[in-house]
Design a protein around this ligand. Structure first.
Ligand SMILES: [Mg+2]
Length: 271
């Protein structure tokens, strides 16, 4: 899976290829990692200060198209570091999203699991139903099995039913045991890839005339590169021969070697 970083075409030296992807009346929506992408990597994270010229480049681009900073840091920290309050910022790996127009963008990370929750509910009602005192409580994003009123002798069987379900669906489901209750929930995973796809939808950018462009350097950015593979552009930031990159492969389409190159790249997008 993925390509060797040394084989990636350079984003500035292959402007033709990029133009083809971005041409034809299409517009980019640009997602930017912060550390290592907009700032050089530093030993202490609080010293990862964005340069004035990079800040201006981001600002210029934000006047032309949607720009969103997606970081593993807390959203407010990113906003403070960026020093710009007119950008969309997704902190905590995209979990905490804020836009200047809408403020905090609510997203129900448990959404999209209605069918699974339904299926779990139906099955548990069937299997738990015969046990006196047991009850199945469907919730929005989970199903609770209460067994407080079930006799001591029968409780192990409730446990077994839940255990069997979990064993069968270990990829999709997790259980949180509570006080005389098993709470069965979809396994929700959130990463920068899911965040970018969510943002595209939330910002009404999930359209044929928009080309999502994601620029990042971290392993966590690979989720975004993968999410955009085939529909957008992934730009990996780094040197193939840097120690932190050694042995890595990437799902990105292009490479930029330094933050200076990122800055020049943002300027080419802003043209
Ligand atoms: Mg980074």
């Amino acid at each position: 899976m993925g390509r060797n970083i040394e084989n990636l075409p350079h984003a500035l030296e292959n402007a033709g290829g990029l133009d083809r992807r971005l041409g034809g009346g299409k517009r980019p929506a640009v997602f930017l990692d912060y550390d290592g992408t907009l700032t050089p990597i530093v030993d202490r994270p609080e010293e990862a200060i964005i340069s004035e010229s990079m800040r201006e480049a981001v600002e210029r681009l934000a006047r032309r198209c949607t720009v969103c900073v997606v970081s593993g840091r807390d959203r407010t920290v990113v906003q403070e570091l960026m020093g710009l309050d007119d950008l969309i910022v997704a902190g905590s790996h995209g979990f905490d999203i804020w836009s200047p127009d809408e403020g905090t963008i609510q997203h129900d990370a448990g959404g999209g699991f209605d069918n699974l929750v339904d299926e779990v509910k139906t099955r548990l009602e069937e299997e738990i139903g015969p046990f006196q005192g047991a009850s199945v409580e469907p919730k929005k994003t989970s199903v609770a099995v209460h067994y407080r009123l079930v006799s001591e002798e029968e409780r192990p069987r409730i446990k077994q039913i839940v255990g069997n379900l979990l064993a069968e669906r270990s990829e999709d489901l997790k259980v949180t045991p509570g006080k005389m209750v098993y709470e069965i929930q979809p396994k929700i995973e959130w990463d920068k890839g899911k965040a970018v796809l969510y943002l595209l939808e939330a910002l009404d950018l999930d359209r044929d005339d928009v080309v999502p462009v994601y620029v990042g350097d971290d392993v966590t950015d690979e989720d975004a590169f993968e999410a955009l593979a085939g529909r957008g552009l992934g730009i990996f930031v780094g040197h193939a021969d840097a120690p932190e990159v050694a042995g890595r492969t990437t799902s990105a389409d292009y490479v930029l070697h330094t933050t200076e190159e990122v800055e020049r790249f943002l300027d080419t997008l802003a043209r």
